[in-house]
Design a protein around this ligand. Structure first.
Ligand code: NAD
Ligand code: UFG
Length: 331
């Protein structure tokens, strides 16, 4: 199939581009590079041995998106493009709603004009808000607690209305838990600019000596060791999840929602230990107060994705940490 990946030069998009391309799909990328580097394209070429077509532009540009859909005879779209920093979304809510919500509406319009029926959307576990029970299944109530999360929730609601208006559409929202790790070649991975907000990029910079120590935000949560628990999923498992979803869309229509996680929670201290084991380095830690907006624990129930998509995350914490170390060598 011919697949358009909006935000395809980004962290999850680039890894998914590899998985789809290796499975024989023709992949086209659209990215405005507001949060990615053009060097990713050379890296993708080194991994795949071929150049992936990439259009530089904005998903909010309906004319451009329509042209890409038609010129490349696109069969399905995976919509990664968007802004994703929770903290920043409080400072710049308009940017978040414009980029994420308006971007999706524009994409839907271009798809309708071009008669394209299949959309896979990057949603987030953040839309569940504070977990009412664990593990979180797809029926868990949604209640976003920050503007970023609300933008994702608004989009899911829009997608439900659009799917209901045309039974021939197939729209799948994938709610990612905590994507981490890098491609096994070490050529692509997560490369946040500045000081990382997220745990694994922060730990890896401490290991490199770029940061002195990891601040652990809270050790008094109601979790086995008191630190926050999350469902860390290897980004290549996530990429394979998109491939499985694409296969699913070939046999199904309607609106579908899946959690993509491992189903298992790990604490901050467990992640530190896994990284220390993989790297042979000590990660100094400093216990700090809880971070505003954090929940104690968040991990997925993944039976629905396992069953319907015939997909399961298979890569363990050791694989996650060694892939990050390998990516560091190539950065
Ligand atoms: P990323 O920032 O690495 O990738 C997003 C890409 O989209 C970037 O390359 C950026 O330049 C591009 N982009 C942003 N706005 C655009 C626009 N208007 N037009 C064209 N390109 C645009 O982020 P990621 O981690 O790869 O996340 C991909 C998607 O998954 C996002 O929608 C994000 O909200 C969602 N998600 C990510 C996580 C996570 O922890 N990484 C968790 C849950 C959901
Ligand atoms: N943490 C630290 N120190 C740090 C960074 C994080 O102790 O320097 C802790 C946090 O308190 C939390 C855990 O590590 O307990 C994970 O934090 P992350 O920032 O890596 O991830 P979050 O679960 O807070 O959020 C991420 C994304 C969100 C997304 C969510 C669910 O940043 O955008 O996963 O997918 F919504």
């Amino acid at each position: 199939m011919n697949i358009l990946l909006t935000g395809g030069a980004g962290y999850i998009g680039s890894h998914t581009a590899v998985a789809l391309s290796e499975a024989g799909h023709e992949v086209v990328l659209l990215d405005n590079f507001c949060n990615s580097q053009k060097s990713v394209l050379d890296r993708l070429e080194r991994i795949l041995g071929e150049v992936l077509p990439c259009v530089e532009g904005d998903v909010r540009d309906t004319v451009l998106v329509t042209r890409i859909l038609q010129d490349y005879k696109i069969d399905a779209v995976i919509h990664f493009a968007g802004l994703k920093a929770v903290g920043e979304s409080f400072q710049k809510p308009i940017d978040y709603f414009d980029n994420n919500v308006s971007g999706t509406v524009n994409l839907l319009r271009a798809m309708r004009v071009s008669n394209i029926k299949t959309l896979i959307f990057s949603s987030s576990a953040t839309i569940y808000g504070v977990p009412q029970y664990l593990p979180i299944d797809e029926r868990h109530p949604t209640k976003a607690i920050n503007p970023y999360g609300r933008s994702k929730l608004h989009i899911e609601e829009i997608l439900a209305d659009v799917a209901a208006s045309d039974p021939s559409l197939c729209i799948v929202s994938l709610r990612y838990f905590n994507p981490v790790g890098a491609h096994e070649t070490g050529l692509i991975g997560e490369d946040p600019g500045g000081t990382p907000n997220n745990l694994m990029p922060y730990i890896s910079q401490v290991a490199l000596g770029k940061l002195l120590c990891l601040n652990v935000y809270g050790n008094d949560y109601d979790t086995p060791d008191g630190t926050g628990v999350r469902d860390y999923i290897h980004v290549m498992d996530l990429a394979d999840g998109h491939l499985a979803t694409l296969n699913f869309t070939e046999r199904n229509s309607g609106l579908h929602t899946y959690n993509l996680g491992t189903g298992k929670g790990n604490s901050v201290l467990e992640m530190v230990k896994a990284f220390e084991d993989a790297s042979g380095k000590t990660i100094p830690i400093n216990i700090k107060a809880r971070r505003a907006g954090d929940v104690a624990a968040c991990y997925a129930r993944v039976d629905k994705a396992n069953f319907d998509l015939n997909w399961k995350a298979t890569r363990n914490l050791q694989k996650i940490c060694t892939s990050i170390l390998n990516f560091q060598k190539h950065s």
